[in-house]
Design a protein around this ligand. Structure first.
Ligand SMILES: [Zn+2]
Length: 427
């Protein structure tokens, strides 16, 4: 029996363990915001990894956004050294999950198993992927105790809120230094036959128009900031959205609608601040002197962030040239540059071969419409050999009745295990 045959048998034998592990992880509600139970889930995983012979390290991301004694940002890194020098394969999963929202017919933190699907918030995004990588690593260690290099698994905080208390922090501390880690797989849910090479870029900005307050019965004595913003929106409809739709990318972004530049108007606020629900009074009549809007621009590898910014500024300048007294400000809130790992990078080639051997068909290459922790591995860690590969259907992420399929997790674990064999089972 070959090493790979033994690995496959070992993974199949761990089916019940994989289910139980996934259920345990789902039953620890790690909601973010605010960032609950990070320590609890790290402690649970710590016991598991120590039992499997890993060295573990608990790292709190002190002082990062959201970190407090009430909601500390804990991360866990588990590493098992081989018996010879070689390369390190790292699996990184975020343990935080988003708000449950409405519409669930299953217990969001129950880990119910029905017809081969495990339900729960975070099942597909991405505790199922974390569980699959753990079982893959443990099965690999069982069949190949004498390997070269190292296997590393991290469970990190805050991916859903930017990853600053998680992967970004670890990358800054050197955990993703290319000297230390050579291959990274992030088991985000992109389907078991797909390799996600990277993501589009993000530019968030708050834009504001200004006017002058006056009595609402005599609006001509003031200057309405909301009408100014209305003119901006009209200009965007006319000369920005059609232009964005024309900007197509060579990146294989899925879904196809995202294979172009996009802009979302995230929110708009003008005039008086709305009272909370308990306030029963009426507003007072005023001309609004400010209107703020948050825009979320997603851009492509083919675009420069400076051009993305200039394009928005041009919209405001065009409106300004037509409207007396028009004043505005643009403030950047957040930026992430697009990233895409080369198709011939070692981790891509290895996982592609493992997919082909496991399913008898070629791997599909995709790029994510939104960002994930690869941005920090790439930009801060300077490690380019990174992909996302994991079980589950991306469309289910953040939805009610989110689930992950047991078969999918097993299949992904086999692909991960085969990749470990290819990279670390060298004599
Ligand atoms: Zn995720």
């Amino acid at each position: 029996m070959t090493l790979t045959d033994r690995l496959i048998r070992e993974i199949d034998a761990r089916r019940d363990d994989l289910i139980a592990l996934t259920q345990d992880l789902l039953r620890i509600p790690t909601l973010n915001p605010p960032g609950e139970n990070y320590r609890e889930i790290c402690d649970y995983l710590d016991r598991r990894f120590q039992g499997a012979g890993f060295e573990t390290e608990l790292v709190r991301a002190f002082g990062t956004p959201g970190d407090s004694d009430k909601y500390p940002r804990w991360n866990l890194i588990a590493r098992r050294e081989g018996s010879r020098s070689g390369e390190c394969m790292h699996f990184n999963s975020h343990v935080d999950v988003v708000d449950i929202g409405q519409g669930w017919t299953r217990d969001p933190f129950g880990g119910e198993l029905v017809d081969g699907k495990i339900y729960g918030r975070g099942s597909c995004d991405m505790k199922g992927g974390l569980a699959a990588s753990i079982v893959a690593a443990e099965a690999f260690l069982a069949v190949c105790p004498e390997f070269s290099g190292a296997v590393e698994i991290s469970a990190t905080a805050d991916e859903e809120s930017g990853g600053y208390g998680g992967v970004a922090y670890l990358a800054e501390k050197g955990y993703f230094d290319p000297e230390r880690v050579q291959h990274v797989i992030i088991p985000e849910p992109f389907n078991k036959n797909r390799i996600c090479l990277g993501h589009r870029g993000v530019w968030w900005a708050e834009v504001e128009t200004f006017g002058e307050i006056a009595h609402g019965s005599m609006p001509f004595l003031g200057d309405c900031a909301i009408r100014h913003m209305g003119a901006v929106l009209e200009e965007m409809e006319k000369s920005l959205f059609p232009v964005l739709a024309q900007k197509q990318t060579e990146m294989p972004v899925i879904p196809e609608g995202a294979r172009q530049s996009t802009l979302n108007i995230n929110s708009i606020h003008g005039g008086q601040v709305e009272g909370d629900a308990s306030f029963t009074g009426l507003p007072s009549p005023c001309v609004p002197d400010t209107c703020r809007m948050i825009i979320d621009r997603r851009f492509l590898l083919e675009e420069d962030i400076e051009d993305v910014q200039a394009e928005i500024r041009q919209i405001f300048e065009t409106v300004k040239s037509r409207r007396n007294s028009f004043q505005y400000e643009i403030r950047e809130l957040h930026r992430v540059l697009p990233t895409m790992t080369e198709m011939d990078a070692p981790v891509v080639r290895t996982v592609a071969r493992a997919i082909e051997e496991t399913f008898g068909q070629k791997a599909e290459y995709v790029v994510s419409p939104g960002t994930y922790d690869q941005k920090h591995v790439d930009r801060i860690g300077k490690l380019k050999n990174c992909i996302a590969y994991g079980p589950g259907i991306l469309d289910l992420a953040h939805k009610p009745d989110e689930y992950v399929g047991v078969e999918d997790m097993l299949d992904c674990a086999k692909v991960m295990g085969r990749s470990l064999i290819e990279l670390l089972a060298k004599p």
